[in-house]
Design a protein around this ligand. Structure first.
Ligand SMILES: *Cc1c(COP(=O)(O)O)cnc(C)c1O
Length: 464
């Protein structure tokens, strides 16, 4: 019988997708379905469900890439079968990873970029774990050689991203987070020193604080540690969390001295998928010198053929993001990165100036220095009949994600709000946001909120 006379087959082949059997019946959500579905139907179902996710371009909370060139999408799809851990099967991908490490070492002023060592990771979090582990191992070796106890390692930092608290808990290192005080919303050298002792495996300044978007003063902290060494003999290394700043400062703030120009800086992590402009899933960690990465942490496997050194928390891992990182380096060059980041800074500064003029706000970070972002709070000694969580909620109605959150100890009382300007947040989009903030403020003032939202009711916000 020919196809067009067979009703069932015809129905399957030609039905408009939403009228087809597959999409007119309920599909189990928490059990694997008994039967197959057509690829078109399964795709349509999932595609439609994803519409309910926020629109990433309006997500001004995230630091991560939300706009990519079509070439990046093509490369991602070409790399879908490439496994980063299999350097024997995919030697060119491994070569590309290695070139990226050297490019970063050079951008970060490594005195000997060709001989430095580093690797890609899934993000800054994994990179932080690896940097932290290397520091812990170096500290232990030194203590053992001195016949001293090795049971109480600590690290000293300012208001860090959650990955450092994870590192501390997962790998048994006490995290001494210097508390904030008054208007000091970061770690300063004097405070850092007060928390250091012979068990300090490293001090971790952040180049681009998650909470307020400012840079911690790496240079001054390094000098303070130099003096500490002269005074006491304690030689405490620096690891820099440059998740965002690592791809900003080299292009836009060449005079900020934060990188391998400081001999005390032994390792640096960054997120390729933030201002590195690569798609999600790539970070980097680079050590100043081969000797700063203890050999015991490197595993060698032979079962994929060849002798492959690996230092990572993961084994199999997609390679597309790394290839696309390299694409960005080639495609944009130094000037291309500088132009993109500069445009972000200009848009952030414009937003900062306009938000500052609105009346109720005090600007904490206005997009000059630090990250291309704006961070603000309410002016002191003014009563408001709404909270920043309410404003956040209002803006959400227009699709914007502008998070409000409280700061870490001892400024939990201070609630701030933040906008991050990434590649693709254009000046025009920023102007539309400004109009929407004006409109939301007018509405909130006209219709006072009887019970302003609190942090818990607002659902919390994840700092990514
Ligand atoms: C984003 C961020 C991290 C975590 O990076 P991921 O790439 O998301 O794992 C760590 N530290 C800082 C300062 C960050 O901004």
């Amino acid at each position: 019988m020919s196809l067009h006379r067979k009703p069932i087959a015809r129905g399957r082949g030609l039905d408009v997708i939403y009228a087809s059997g597959d999409l007119t019946t309920a599909i189990p959500k928490y059990k694997i379905p008994r039967q197959e579905h057509s690829p078109r139907a399964a795709y349509a179902l999932i595609h439609d469900e994803l519409l309910l996710d926020g629109n990433s371009r309006q997500n001004l909370a995230t630091f991560c890439t939300t706009w990519t060139e079509p070439e990046v999408q093509a490369l991602m799809s070409e790399c879908i079968d490439k496994n980063m851990c299999d350097k024997d099967e995919y030697p060119q991908t491994a070569e590309i990873e290695s070139r990226c490490v050297h490019i970063l070492a050079d951008l970060w002023n490594s005195p000997d970029a060709a001989n430095t060592i580093g690797c890609s990771t899934t993000g800054s979090s994994e990179a932080a774990m690896l940097g932290g582990l290397a520091a812990k191992w170096r500290w232990r070796a030194k203590r053992r050689a001195q016949g001293k106890p090795i049971d109480r390692p600590n690290l000293v930092c300012g208001p860090v991203q959650i990955c450092w608290h994870k590192f501390g808990r997962y790998f048994d290192v006490e995290v001494r987070e210097v508390p904030l005080s008054g208007d000091r919303l970061m770690m300063h050298p004097e405070q850092a020193l007060a928390y250091c002792d012979e068990n300090t495996i490293m001090v971790v300044p952040t180049l681009g604080l998650t909470m307020t978007c400012q840079y911690e003063p790496v240079d001054a902290i390094a000098r303070a540690l130099d003096e500490l060494e002269q005074r006491t003999g304690l030689d405490i290394p620096l690891h820099i969390d440059a998740a965002s700043g690592g791809f900003l400062a080299p292009f836009c703030q060449p005079d900020v001295v934060w990188d391998f120009r400081l001999p005390r800086v032994k390792s640096i992590n960054t997120s390729g998928h933030k201002f590195g402009l690569a798609p999600l899933g790539v970070g980097w960690v680079v050590w100043r010198d081969h000797a700063d990465l203890p050999e015991e942490l490197i595993f060698r496997v032979n079962y994929l053929g060849g002798d492959m050194p690996t230092f990572a928390l993961n084994f199999s891992r997609p390679a597309g993001q790394i290839v696309c990182q390299y694409y960005n380096f080639l495609r944009l060059g130094f000037e291309g990165y500088r132009k993109i980041q500069d445009a972000c800074y200009r848009t952030a500064q414009h937003l900062g100036a306009e938000i500052g003029k609105m009346g109720p706000f005090r600007i904490i970070h206005d997009g000059n220095g630090g990250l291309p972002a704006v961070c603000w709070t309410f002016r002191e000694k003014q009563q408001h009949n709404f909270s920043l969580y309410d404003l956040s909620d209002r803006l959400r109605a227009r699709g914007w994600q502008v998070p409000a959150y409280s700061l870490p100890p001892k400024r939990e009382d201070l609630v701030v709000q933040r906008v991050l300007v990434r590649h693709g947040v254009s000046r025009d989009l920023a102007d539309i946001l400004i109009d929407d903030i004006h409109r939301s403020l007018a509405l909130l003032e006209k219709h006072p909120v009887a019970h302003p939202l609190t942090e818990n009711e607002a659902g919390g916000y994840k700092h990514n």
